[in-house]
Design a protein around this ligand. Structure first.
Ligand code: FAD
Length: 263
């Protein structure tokens, strides 16, 4: 069984700040981590591979330092890692990101399952999984919290719904987006981390030419949407104190609420 896991390196968002002048994220000095949902996807893939004869390939698109996220996944038990990095990939919206990841999956070749996190904690769109599935024309199941059974030509999973769960059988190959309830990710093993940094388990680094994409189809140029402005909302309190005894203040309050059409 061949499983591809999509892994994104994200800034530890509890520490992220916006530059008030440019509106860009201040990334300098901010620690990067593997996107939390993706650690559950890696764990699921490693368990599936252990139960049957399998191979786990981790795929990430990001700047050169995103190699750390791929290394961490290999430390957790993935067999191969691919980092997509090229200046041409910079500034990608979700469409361009999905196209790039989809092209790389095609280059990797055969697979039975693609696992990815439901959502990244920085971009936060939850669009990549579904879009990669659409690009590759494979069925998708989102919000997976249990992989119940892998059959010869299908997978049976449970997906979280607002008021319960849904059990789905889906033909393979398929793409699943997973949530944190799925499992408890293991810590990376130090010896495997060291191997991933040496040449024992080399991480492949591919650029735009390696996956056969034109620069106009990826990154900022290939993006269908562009961020015009980023800003943090300004919080303003407009407090008004109502004077007088309780009866007068309540009457005043009701009049104000009516005036603002709130009651
Ligand atoms: C309109 C728009 C414009 C943007 N412009 C820019 C920009 O100019 N510069 C910029 O840096 N960013 C930009 N972004 C952010 C960038 O598009 C997203 O970070 C990226 O496409 C992934 O989307 P997401 O973070 O919402 O992932 P989600 O869809 O929330 O992620 C779901 C899962 O997909 C997988 N995944 C997501 N991204 C990757 C990846 N890179 N590699 C491997 N797996 C991945 C992971 O498994 C993840 O858990 C823009 C986003 C939008 C919506």
């Amino acid at each position: 069984m061949r499983i591809i896991v999509l892994v994104k390196q994200v800034p530890d968002t509890t520490e992220v700040k916006l530059d008030p002048k440019t509106g860009n994220l201040i990334r300098e000095g901010v620690e990067s981590i593997v996107n939390p949902d993706d650690r559950h996807a890696i764990e699921a893939a490693v368990r599936l591979k252990q139960d049957r004869d399998g191979k786990v390939i981790v795929l990430s698109m990001g700047p050169p330092q995103a190699v750390d996220a791929v290394s961490e996944a290999m430390g957790m038990g993935a067999d191969e890692g691919v980092l997509l990095t090229d200046r041409a990939f910079a500034g990608a919206d979700t469409w361009a990101t999905s196209t790039t990841l989809g092209k790389a999956v095609e280059k990797i070749g055969e697979y039975d399952l693609i696992l990815c996190g439901r959502q990244a904690i920085d971009g936060d769109t939850a669009q990549i999984g579904p879009q990669v599935a659409e690009y590759l024309k494979v069925p998708q199941v989102t919000y997976v919290f249990e992989i119940e059974e892998i059959r010869e030509k299908s997978v049976i999973v449970k997906r979280r719904m607002e008021d319960g769960f849904e059990k789905v059988e889906c033909t393979l190959p398929a793409l699943l987006t997973v949530i944190g309830e799925l499992n408890r990710p293991r810590y990376p093993r130090v010896d495997r981390l060291i191997d991933s940094c040496r040449d024992k388990a080399p991480i492949k680094v591919w650029n735009a030419a390696d996956i056969g994409v034109q620069t106009r189809d990826v990154g900022l140029e290939g993006s269908l949407t562009h961020v015009v402005k980023t800003f943090a909302p300004k919080l303003q309190r407009q407090t008004e104190m109502l004077q007088g005894d309780a009866r007068t203040s309540v009457k005043g309050l009701i009049a104000k609420l009516k005036e603002k059409r709130l009651i």
